[in-house]
Design a protein around this ligand. Structure first.
Ligand code: FAD
Length: 398
């Protein structure tokens, strides 16, 4: 039974406790800005959802230097490079040598655990397991978030600024009227078949492999759990794939004269991940601002999604702080255009890397030969490799 409505007044109301929502909440708290977060899922459900794994240096710095937790530096693995493997031959891209940066392997669910713990430690108001979230009055000076708490209480959050951090399937962006919103969207004719398995790592760094059989990514999660993907049809049924068939498919996509062999182990998770690129423009409507996947998604090839979510927060947090502390709304006015500059760079890289490494269904053989030239242009010179290295490790903030 729904109990009486509770009204909470706060400076910033945030929908979604993913990495974007919680990082924003943490940075605002540190600057003395009151905020409340509502989240439809439970803490444990988010903590056990496996998604991103590669963090740019800027993302790592935000976690460690803003006082969330330094666990990323002690338990994460620094990768100073990655391997591009084309038709069975590996080429290492040395990030440190080329652009003086690294990335860190640290799973998204651990990022969430650290952020959630920091919000709890600091007395943050994060309401998990809410239902029936609605947002309203976005163009007024007091937007509202309406929802029902886990205890069945009707909750109304009245805020000065509302932030939609509710991911790609969230409600926030859909509240921007169609006449002022542009949905930039493409879908790809393939997907990733992803597995998690109990096995040692097959290589010290990630391997992005293209072969005539399609793409494969040999990634990691920890010393004992590995993440691997291979390109598949978007309608692929995981039930059709037993472990033996999966290992054979992965292995044939990395086979080469060096005899590289995958370390096999018990597969405990299988998913098919569709590929889409999406950008909502603008990322602001009235006093609502979109951050992270709520405003844009990329295919995972370039490992950009979580990192872009943190980049949005790096732009929005100081703008909100200036607005409340100094009455200066110039940062808020610039937020959408500024965040979109980096978003489109990341969209381009994710799109380009996806098309470089995947085989299109029914592809003309011309294209694989052309791709051979494209790979050689990247791996055959420091300048080509540096382009990949800079995009992958993340562009410096402007
Ligand atoms: C398989 C996979 C691999 C990936 N690999 C990488 C990678 O290596 N590197 C990388 O950077 N990115 C990667 N990504 C992308 C990355 O996971 C996302 O970009 C990231 O989660 C975005 O964070 P977010 O906080 O914006 O959104 P989310 O993490 O989606 O969080 C949004 C939250 O809002 C909540 N929510 C939704 N609707 C409501 C509502 N109505 N009310 C309240 N709460 C709501 C959701 O439950 C969710 O917890 C990968 C994604 C997938 C799926």
């Amino acid at each position: 039974m729904v109990k009486e409505r509770t009204i909470v007044e706060t400076q910033v109301g945030i929908v979604g406790a993913g990495p974007a929502g919680l990082m924003l909440s943490h940075l605002l708290y540190k600057a003395g800005i009151d905020n409340v977060v509502v989240e439809v899922r439970s803490h444990d459900e988010i903590a056990s959802t496996h998604r991103a794994g590669i963090l740019e240096a800027g993302t790592v710095r935000m976690l460690a230097e803003s006082g969330v937790d330094g666990r990323v530096l002690t338990e994460g693995h620094e990768h100073e490079g990655t391997t591009l493997r084309f038709e069975g031959v590996s080429h290492r891209i040395d990030f440190q040598k080329l652009v003086g940066e690294s990335v860190w392997l640290y799973p998204q669910n651990e990022v969430f655990v650290d952020l959630a713990a920091a919000r709890k430690r600091d007395g943050g108001d994060v309401r998990y397991e809410v239902t029936d979230t609605q947002i309203s009055d976005l163009t007024s000076e007091q937007p509202k978030i309406l929802s029902t708490t886990a205890e069945g209480e009707a909750l109304e959050i009245r805020c000065g600024i509302l932030v939609g951090a509710d991911g790609s399937k969230g409600i926030s962006k859909r509240q921007i009227p169609a006449e002022v919103r542009t949905d930039n969207f493409i879908e790809y004719p393939f997907a990733w078949f992803g597995i998690l398995c109990e096995a040692p790592a097959s290589a010290p760094e990630l391997i992005y492999a293209n072969s005539e059989h399609g793409f494969a990514l040999i990634s990691q999660r920890s010393d004992t759990v590995q993440r691997m993907y291979f390109q598949c049809d978007p309608n692929e049924n995981v039930a059709d794939w037993d472990d033996e068939r999966i290992w054979a498919e992965l292995q044939r996509r990395i086979d080469g004269p060096d005899g590289l062999q995958l370390q096999r182990g018990k597969i405990f998770d299988k998913t098919v991940l569709p590929f889409r690129s999406y950008v909502c423009e603008p990322l602001r409507y009235g006093n609502m601002f979109l951050v992270g996947d709520a405003g844009h998604t990329v295919p995972p090839t370039g490992a950009k999604g979580l990192n872009l979510a943190f980049c949005d927060v790096r732009v929005l947090a100081p703008a909100i702080i200036d607005f409340f502390d100094k009455g200066d709304d110039s940062g808020l006015a610039e937020y959408s255009a500024k965040a979109l500059e980096r978003i489109w760079k990341a969209q381009n890289f994710s799109y380009w890397a996806t098309n470089l490494m995947h085989i299109q269904p029914g592809e003309n053989p011309f294209n694989q030969k052309r791709r051979r030239g494209e790979f050689a242009s990247i791996t055959g010179s420091d300048r080509g490799s540096a382009y990949f290295a800079e995009c992958y490790t993340g562009w410096p903030d402007q």
